[in-house]
Design a protein around this ligand. Structure first.
Ligand SMILES: NC(=O)c1ccc[n+]([C@@H]2O[C@H](COP(=O)([O-])OP(=O)(O)OC[C@H]3O[C@@H](n4cnc5c(N)ncnc54)[C@H](O)[C@@H]3O)[C@@H](O)[C@H]2O)c1
Length: 252
């Protein structure tokens, strides 16, 4: 039976690389992104290579919109093999200033924390239906090393990623007996549109960060996709968070 994955934020950056990885493994991919044009562009690129890809416009901070995604999955497949909660934001600016902005705090929490929560609760029943197709349902959440270092450019971002890690562990604890596997990955310093936006006015700060990585380079998006795919592969790993930081935590 066909395997099906929904990837939030699949239009670009890490999410796009995750979509590429899953189509190459034979999955049908559902891109869930509020950037409709970007999602359709990625969809076309992958469809032109012969893959089955859907693009759904959805703001994951809205539970109603996530329920619409579930409706699409129900009507078109009746089950979901994998959910990758990748979409997230990390606005740029002076950390001291933006960390004290309550509206920005709510916005970051709305997308980075409520987003994956909304997607999981909307799609849980469909994930569990994958078991009827002899598949092992799985969720992989994209966190960040900011969860542990307090970095990531703002208090809200670090707190939101800490919540992603603990939400993963808690879902793993309470829902493991349903057969659902759930894990997270905490990467750092990947050159994506999100990073480019954060450092657009400060190339020196960007270089400093690169120099802080013992491996001496930024992570590639495909390396995050590889870890996501590994975590998705059925195994006894459950509730785990894999950190991938090029050894950066060794040097602070
Ligand atoms: N880039 C890095 O260095 C880095 C490091 C650690 C963790 N991360 C995490 O990886 C994930 C992906 O980051 P990226 O660098 O690829 O970002 P990006 O900005 O390049 O791409 C994010 C994608 O998510 C989509 N998106 C954002 N908010 C959304 C919403 N409310 N609803 C639906 N879609 C939404 C965007 O349209 C975009 O397509 C994020 O969760 C980020 O926090 C990134």
């Amino acid at each position: 039976m066909k395997k099906v994955v929904a990837v939030t934020g699949g239009a670009k950056g890490i999410g796009k690389a995750i979509c590429e990885r899953f189509v190459n493994e034979g999955y049908d991919v559902i891109i869930v992104d509020y950037d409709d044009a970007g999602a359709k562009e990625t969809q076309k690129e992958l469809k032109d290579k012969g893959h089955t890809v859907h693009a759904l416009k959805c703001d994951i901070s809205s539970l109603d919109q996530c329920k619409e995604v579930a409706k699409f999955v129900e009507e078109n497949y009746g089950y979901l093999t994998t959910l990758v909660n990748n979409a997230g934001i990390s606005p740029g600016g002076d950390p001291k200033e933006i960390s004290l902005d309550p509206k920005l705090f709510d916005r970051i929490m709305g997308i980075n924390v409520h987003g994956p929560f909304n997607m999981i609760i909307s799609l849980l029943d469909l994930l569990l239906k994958a078991k009827e197709k002899d598949q092992v349902p799985s969720v992989v959440n994209v966190a960040s090393t900011a969860a542990f270092t307090g970095g990531g450019g703002s208090v809200a971002y670090a707190a939101s990623k800490g919540a992603v890690v603990s939400m993963t562990r808690s879902f793993a604890r309470f829902f493991g007996d349903t057969g659902l596997r759930i894990n997270s990955v905490a990467p750092t310093l990947i050159m994506t549109p999100l990073m480019a936006e954060r450092f657009k006015d400060d190339p020196e700060a960007l270089q400093k960060r690169k120099d802080s990585v013992p491996l001496g380079r930024f992570m590639d998006v495909s390396e995050v996709a590889d870890i996501v795919y590994f975590l998705n592969t059925p195994s006894f790993i459950h509730g785990e968070c894999i950190t991938a930081d090029g050894g950066r935590s060794l040097s602070v």
